[in-house]
Design a protein around this ligand. Structure first.
Ligand code: BTN
Length: 281
């Protein structure tokens, strides 16, 4: 860890604030303040905040739930399906939060994904004032452009959920993107036409995640899943998908409690995990 140039900004954030955005979160304001006073540790330069948090977890000193590792310059960020998450230094939100959802049966892992994803969606809508969608399972989309992504890594011990490393990357003040992704990528600045303060955005997003997390403890999975489904990019629309390298047209029908994506192919419902299907954008 010696090569991490370290400056620690102690940032007290409160999870007490409630945004009146979705029923799932609205029901949860009795959970106010449970995470109040947790630390945000800001690293100047780090390969990946998820990897850093994982390494810290393996050390003997326990980390408090809600701890956030934020990177100014994350130079080898990781995305879904082994992809890279590229981010211009100092321009974006790139952070990982530690959660210990031991209250959830590991068979309900997707419920954590849904809760975190919805928190990001509603926080971003409050920042941008435009509709935000989820490209299953947890890409954050504005129209046909990706503005952020989430990588949740779960650590299980036997049948017990030990911890979840919730990595979130949101394009904030970056306006130039690599050729390969430019056409389908956007940022907060490209929508608002002004720079935003990263620390303020982080504080508000953490509050929103706190609310969603404590709602999750109440176990209202049906409401949560329904809210998540409502936000799905291309829900109910006919589009091509890649299945085993073959393009097939189907209608996105919804998501199962397990998180599998359900597609309607001419009246036949088939469900897929993330390795089995890809969107054609
Ligand atoms: C994706 O869209 O594929 C997921 C992207 C997740 C990126 C974030 S940035 C902070 C955290 N650290 C990582 O290495 N990845 C996640």
């Amino acid at each position: 860890m010696a090569d991490f140039l370290f400056f620690i900004i102690k940032n007290n954030y409160s999870f007490g604030q409630c945004y009146p955005l979705i029923p799932f979160v609205l029901q949860s304001n009795t959970f106010s303040g449970l995470f109040e006073g947790q630390n945000v540790i800001t690293l100047q330069r780090v390969p990946s905040t998820n990897e850093y948090l994982k390494e810290e977890l393996s050390k003997s000193t326990p980390l408090t739930e809600g701890t956030v590792i934020m990177a100014v310059d994350q130079y080898a960020g990781r995305g879904q399906k082994g992809t890279l998450w590229q981010s211009e230094p100092g321009k974006n939100l790139t952070f990982s939060m530690l959660l210990t959802p031991a209250f959830l049966d590991p068979k309900h892992q997707f419920m954590l994904t849904a809760a975190i994803t919805l928190a990001v969606v509603h926080w971003l809508e409050s920042v941008l004032g435009v509709v935000v969608k989820v490209k299953w399972p947890n890409d954050i989309y504005i129209g046909d452009k990706k503005i952020g992504g989430i990588l949740i890594e779960n650590i299980l011990k036997g049948n017990q959920w030990k911890s979840a490393i919730v990595g979130i990357g949101i394009n904030v003040n970056q306006t130039l993107f690599p050729d390969a992704i430019r056409e389908h990528t956007t940022s907060v600045k490209q929508i608002l036409h002004r720079d935003c303060q990263i620390p303020e955005l982080l504080t508000d997003l953490c509050k929103q995640i706190g609310q969603a997390y404590f709602s999750l403890k109440a176990g209202r999975f049906e409401t949560l899943l329904a809210s998540y489904e409502q936000r799905l990019y291309r829900l109910g629309e006919l589009h091509p998908f890649l299945v085993d390298g073959v393009k097939v047209a189907g209608v996105l029908d919804g998501v199962a409690e397990t998180g599998r994506l359900r597609i309607d192919f001419n009246g036949h419902l088939v469900d897929f995990d993330i390795k089995e299907i890809a969107f054609v954008i």
